[in-house]
Design a protein around this ligand. Structure first.
Ligand code: DAT
Ligand code: MG
Length: 153
């Protein structure tokens, strides 16, 4: 099953948007198979944003990404990479369509609340960058038998 890495950026934590955004992914049917809170250090950000390292805005982007912790998560599901990118919307909040996460919650090109992997190759690279094997979980949705079983006294 396909997997995608998402990052709740510092602005989503500061604005208390994590639950609302995660709710959208859960409602869609995507499965959370890993999640943790962490500070993204210089080394991690240098790798994660390698494609932007020569841009003039890179130092400011790094400062923003280190202004608070982030929550990194791995989602699993059918076609999850494209599904999540569509739910997230285009990069700049002021261009993203209403109904998308960035369209609904961001007015900024930099502070756009969430990162989502953009291709299968990058998704696997990003997942291995942020997670060890033992931090990802393979589980089945709970069996109805457990939900409706009477309590054992
Ligand atoms: P995306 O996050 O949609 O994959 P990206 O990979 O091109 O976009 O850029 C990564 C992040 O860098 C983006 O989410 C916000 C920041 N960023 C991109 N272009 C920027 C700009 N012109 N000014 C400030 N921040 C920018
Ligand atoms: Mg990107």
């Amino acid at each position: 099953m396909e997997r995608s890495l998402i990052i709740f950026k510092p602005d989503s934590l500061n604005r208390a948007l994590v639950g609302e955004i995660l709710h959208r992914f859960e409602r869609k049917g995507l499965k959370i198979i890993g999640m943790k809170m962490t500070y993204l250090d210089d080394d991690l950000l240098g790798q994660h944003y390698f494609h932007l390292k020569d841009k003039p805005f890179f130092p400011r982007l790094k400062r923003f990404m280190q202004s608070a912790p982030s929550i990194v998560a791995v989602l699993e599901g059918n076609n999850v990479i494209e599904v999540v990118r569509n739910l997230v919307g285009v990069t700049r909040g002021y261009e993203a369509l209403s109904g998308t996460v960035r369209g609904d919650y961001s007015l900024s090109g930099q502070c756009n609340v969430i990162h989502a992997s953009d291709s299968p190759v990058n998704a696997e690279l990003e997942i291995s960058r942020f997670f060890n094997h033992d931090e990802l979980f393979n589980y089945e949705k709970i069996d109805l038998e457990y939900i409706y079983a009477e309590d054992e006294l």
